[in-house]
Design a protein around this ligand. Structure first.
Ligand code: ZN
Length: 225
Protein backbone atom coordinates (compact mmCIF):
# COMPACT_ATOMS: atom_id res chain seq x y z
CA UNK A 1 0.00 0.00 0.00
CA UNK A 2 1.31 3.41 -0.94
CA UNK A 3 2.11 5.97 1.69
CA UNK A 4 -0.66 8.38 0.66
CA UNK A 5 -3.23 5.58 0.76
CA UNK A 6 -2.29 4.90 4.38
CA UNK A 7 -2.50 8.59 5.24
CA UNK A 8 -5.92 8.95 3.57
CA UNK A 9 -7.32 5.91 5.36
CA UNK A 10 -5.96 7.18 8.68
CA UNK A 11 -7.50 10.60 8.02
CA UNK A 12 -10.93 9.17 7.15
CA UNK A 13 -10.81 7.05 10.28
CA UNK A 14 -9.70 9.97 12.48
CA UNK A 15 -12.52 12.17 11.13
CA UNK A 16 -15.09 9.47 11.82
CA UNK A 17 -15.93 9.32 8.13
CA UNK A 18 -15.89 5.52 7.96
CA UNK A 19 -19.04 4.16 9.57
CA UNK A 20 -19.24 0.39 9.98
CA UNK A 21 -21.50 -2.23 11.59
CA UNK A 22 -24.73 -0.56 10.58
CA UNK A 23 -27.36 -1.10 7.86
CA UNK A 24 -27.31 1.45 5.06
CA UNK A 25 -29.33 2.01 1.91
CA UNK A 26 -27.06 3.34 -0.83
CA UNK A 27 -27.90 5.62 -3.77
CA UNK A 28 -27.99 2.52 -5.97
CA UNK A 29 -30.79 1.10 -3.79
CA UNK A 30 -28.53 -1.69 -2.57
CA UNK A 31 -27.87 -2.32 1.13
CA UNK A 32 -24.68 -2.76 3.11
CA UNK A 33 -23.01 -2.45 6.50
CA UNK A 34 -20.47 0.30 5.70
CA UNK A 35 -20.68 3.92 4.71
CA UNK A 36 -18.25 6.75 4.05
CA UNK A 37 -19.77 9.95 5.39
CA UNK A 38 -18.51 12.71 3.09
CA UNK A 39 -19.89 15.42 5.38
CA UNK A 40 -17.49 14.24 8.08
CA UNK A 41 -14.71 15.21 5.67
CA UNK A 42 -15.99 18.50 4.24
CA UNK A 43 -16.61 20.04 7.66
CA UNK A 44 -12.86 19.93 8.36
CA UNK A 45 -11.32 22.36 5.83
CA UNK A 46 -7.67 21.58 6.57
CA UNK A 47 -8.16 17.86 6.02
CA UNK A 48 -10.47 18.39 3.03
CA UNK A 49 -7.92 20.72 1.44
CA UNK A 50 -5.11 18.22 2.05
CA UNK A 51 -7.09 15.55 0.19
CA UNK A 52 -7.56 17.99 -2.71
CA UNK A 53 -3.82 18.75 -2.70
CA UNK A 54 -3.00 15.05 -2.98
CA UNK A 55 -5.39 14.80 -5.92
CA UNK A 56 -3.84 17.92 -7.49
CA UNK A 57 -0.32 16.54 -7.21
CA UNK A 58 -1.53 13.44 -9.04
CA UNK A 59 -3.47 15.39 -11.69
CA UNK A 60 -0.67 17.88 -12.39
CA UNK A 61 0.99 15.56 -14.92
CA UNK A 62 -2.24 15.52 -16.97
CA UNK A 63 -1.71 19.19 -17.75
CA UNK A 64 -5.43 20.04 -17.57
CA UNK A 65 -7.13 23.12 -18.98
CA UNK A 66 -10.18 22.47 -16.81
CA UNK A 67 -10.91 20.79 -13.48
CA UNK A 68 -14.55 19.64 -13.30
CA UNK A 69 -16.54 18.35 -10.33
CA UNK A 70 -20.23 17.63 -9.75
CA UNK A 71 -22.23 19.31 -7.03
CA UNK A 72 -22.07 19.16 -4.14
CA UNK A 73 -18.71 17.86 -2.94
CA UNK A 74 -17.03 17.55 -6.36
CA UNK A 75 -17.90 21.21 -6.94
CA UNK A 76 -16.25 22.07 -3.62
CA UNK A 77 -13.11 20.11 -4.59
CA UNK A 78 -12.73 21.55 -8.10
CA UNK A 79 -11.45 25.08 -7.25
CA UNK A 80 -9.05 23.79 -4.59
CA UNK A 81 -7.58 21.21 -6.98
CA UNK A 82 -7.41 23.74 -9.85
CA UNK A 83 -5.75 26.35 -7.66
CA UNK A 84 -3.14 23.90 -6.43
CA UNK A 85 -2.39 22.75 -9.98
CA UNK A 86 -2.04 26.37 -11.11
CA UNK A 87 0.55 26.94 -8.37
CA UNK A 88 2.77 24.27 -9.92
CA UNK A 89 1.78 24.24 -13.59
CA UNK A 90 4.39 25.59 -15.96
CA UNK A 91 2.03 26.80 -18.64
CA UNK A 92 0.77 30.33 -18.77
CA UNK A 93 -2.93 29.54 -18.89
CA UNK A 94 -3.96 28.16 -15.52
CA UNK A 95 -6.77 25.58 -15.33
CA UNK A 96 -10.34 26.75 -14.98
CA UNK A 97 -12.53 25.31 -12.24
CA UNK A 98 -16.01 24.28 -13.42
CA UNK A 99 -18.85 22.39 -11.83
CA UNK A 100 -21.88 20.46 -13.00
CA UNK A 101 -25.12 20.36 -11.07
CA UNK A 102 -28.56 18.84 -11.13
CA UNK A 103 -31.09 20.03 -13.63
CA UNK A 104 -34.75 19.18 -13.08
CA UNK A 105 -37.18 19.04 -15.99
CA UNK A 106 -40.58 17.50 -16.64
CA UNK A 107 -41.82 15.52 -19.60
CA UNK A 108 -45.03 13.75 -20.53
CA UNK A 109 -44.93 9.96 -20.57
CA UNK A 110 -48.11 7.94 -21.17
CA UNK A 111 -50.23 10.95 -20.16
CA UNK A 112 -48.31 11.33 -16.91
CA UNK A 113 -45.91 14.10 -15.96
CA UNK A 114 -42.52 12.55 -15.23
CA UNK A 115 -39.85 14.42 -13.26
CA UNK A 116 -36.40 14.05 -14.82
CA UNK A 117 -33.33 14.91 -12.78
CA UNK A 118 -29.88 14.76 -14.30
CA UNK A 119 -26.44 16.31 -13.96
CA UNK A 120 -25.81 19.05 -16.52
CA UNK A 121 -23.21 21.64 -17.42
CA UNK A 122 -25.16 24.85 -16.91
CA UNK A 123 -24.30 28.57 -16.65
CA UNK A 124 -22.54 28.49 -20.02
CA UNK A 125 -19.92 26.01 -18.73
CA UNK A 126 -20.85 23.66 -21.60
CA UNK A 127 -19.38 26.23 -24.02
CA UNK A 128 -16.02 26.24 -22.24
CA UNK A 129 -14.95 22.60 -22.62
CA UNK A 130 -14.62 22.34 -26.43
CA UNK A 131 -11.07 21.39 -27.37
CA UNK A 132 -9.96 21.34 -23.72
CA UNK A 133 -8.19 18.75 -21.59
CA UNK A 134 -10.45 18.03 -18.64
CA UNK A 135 -9.68 16.42 -15.29
CA UNK A 136 -12.70 15.18 -13.33
CA UNK A 137 -12.70 15.21 -9.52
CA UNK A 138 -15.19 13.32 -7.34
CA UNK A 139 -15.42 12.55 -3.65
CA UNK A 140 -16.62 8.95 -3.42
CA UNK A 141 -17.08 6.77 -6.51
CA UNK A 142 -19.78 4.24 -5.72
CA UNK A 143 -21.64 3.07 -8.81
CA UNK A 144 -19.64 5.53 -10.92
CA UNK A 145 -22.84 6.97 -12.36
CA UNK A 146 -21.80 10.57 -11.68
CA UNK A 147 -18.31 10.37 -13.21
CA UNK A 148 -19.62 8.48 -16.25
CA UNK A 149 -22.22 11.22 -16.73
CA UNK A 150 -19.50 13.90 -16.46
CA UNK A 151 -17.36 12.08 -19.05
CA UNK A 152 -20.35 12.01 -21.43
CA UNK A 153 -21.04 15.71 -20.88
CA UNK A 154 -17.44 16.66 -21.64
CA UNK A 155 -17.40 14.51 -24.80
CA UNK A 156 -20.79 15.82 -25.99
CA UNK A 157 -19.39 19.32 -25.75
CA UNK A 158 -16.16 18.58 -27.61
CA UNK A 159 -13.74 18.24 -24.69
CA UNK A 160 -11.36 15.41 -23.76
CA UNK A 161 -11.33 13.81 -20.33
CA UNK A 162 -7.75 12.86 -19.52
CA UNK A 163 -8.19 11.56 -15.98
CA UNK A 164 -10.73 10.90 -13.25
CA UNK A 165 -9.72 11.42 -9.62
CA UNK A 166 -11.54 10.57 -6.41
CA UNK A 167 -10.90 10.50 -2.70
CA UNK A 168 -12.23 6.97 -2.48
CA UNK A 169 -13.29 4.33 -5.00
CA UNK A 170 -15.88 1.90 -3.67
CA UNK A 171 -17.61 0.79 -6.79
CA UNK A 172 -17.43 -1.81 -9.48
CA UNK A 173 -15.58 0.44 -11.93
CA UNK A 174 -11.92 -0.43 -12.46
CA UNK A 175 -8.91 1.22 -14.03
CA UNK A 176 -9.54 -0.91 -17.12
CA UNK A 177 -13.07 0.48 -17.54
CA UNK A 178 -11.60 3.96 -17.87
CA UNK A 179 -8.52 2.87 -19.82
CA UNK A 180 -10.82 1.69 -22.61
CA UNK A 181 -11.70 5.35 -23.10
CA UNK A 182 -8.05 6.48 -22.78
CA UNK A 183 -8.83 7.94 -19.37
CA UNK A 184 -6.57 7.48 -16.36
CA UNK A 185 -8.51 6.54 -13.20
CA UNK A 186 -6.69 7.58 -10.07
CA UNK A 187 -8.58 7.34 -6.76
CA UNK A 188 -6.52 8.11 -3.66
CA UNK A 189 -7.78 4.91 -2.06
CA UNK A 190 -9.81 1.92 -3.20
CA UNK A 191 -11.90 0.20 -0.56
CA UNK A 192 -14.33 -2.25 -2.18
CA UNK A 193 -17.81 -2.15 -0.79
CA UNK A 194 -19.95 -5.22 -0.15
CA UNK A 195 -23.48 -4.35 -1.26
CA UNK A 196 -26.57 -6.55 -1.38
CA UNK A 197 -29.82 -6.35 -3.33
CA UNK A 198 -32.54 -5.28 -0.91
CA UNK A 199 -34.50 -8.49 -1.55
CA UNK A 200 -31.58 -10.69 -0.48
CA UNK A 201 -29.94 -8.45 2.14
CA UNK A 202 -28.67 -10.49 5.12
CA UNK A 203 -28.94 -7.41 7.35
CA UNK A 204 -32.66 -7.10 6.52
CA UNK A 205 -33.04 -10.84 7.17
CA UNK A 206 -31.34 -10.44 10.55
CA UNK A 207 -33.63 -7.52 11.46
CA UNK A 208 -30.80 -4.97 11.79
CA UNK A 209 -32.48 -1.52 11.89
CA UNK A 210 -31.95 0.63 8.79
CA UNK A 211 -29.71 3.65 9.40
CA UNK A 212 -31.92 6.68 8.67
CA UNK A 213 -29.26 9.31 9.43
CA UNK A 214 -26.86 8.52 6.58
CA UNK A 215 -27.50 7.39 3.01
CA UNK A 216 -31.00 6.81 1.69
CA UNK A 217 -32.36 4.81 4.63
CA UNK A 218 -34.95 7.42 5.59
CA UNK A 219 -36.61 7.32 2.15
CA UNK A 220 -36.42 3.50 2.11
CA UNK A 221 -38.15 3.24 5.48
CA UNK A 222 -40.77 5.84 4.47
CA UNK A 223 -41.69 3.76 1.42
CA UNK A 224 -42.18 0.66 3.58
CA UNK A 225 -44.68 2.33 5.94
ZN1 ZN B 1 -30.97 -4.52 4.10
Amino acid sequence: MKNIEIQVLEMLSRLGAVVTNSHFVYTSGKHGAEYIDKTAITQHPNDFTQLCWWIASNALKDDPDIVLGAAVVGAMMSPIVAQEISMHARKKNKPLSLFADNDVSFRMENDRVVRVEQIMLKRGFDKLVAGKRVVIVEDIVNTGKTVLRLIDLVKENGGTVVSVHAICNRGPLTHDDFAKQDIRFSPLVTTPLTAYDAASCPLCAAGVPINIELGHGRQFVARMI
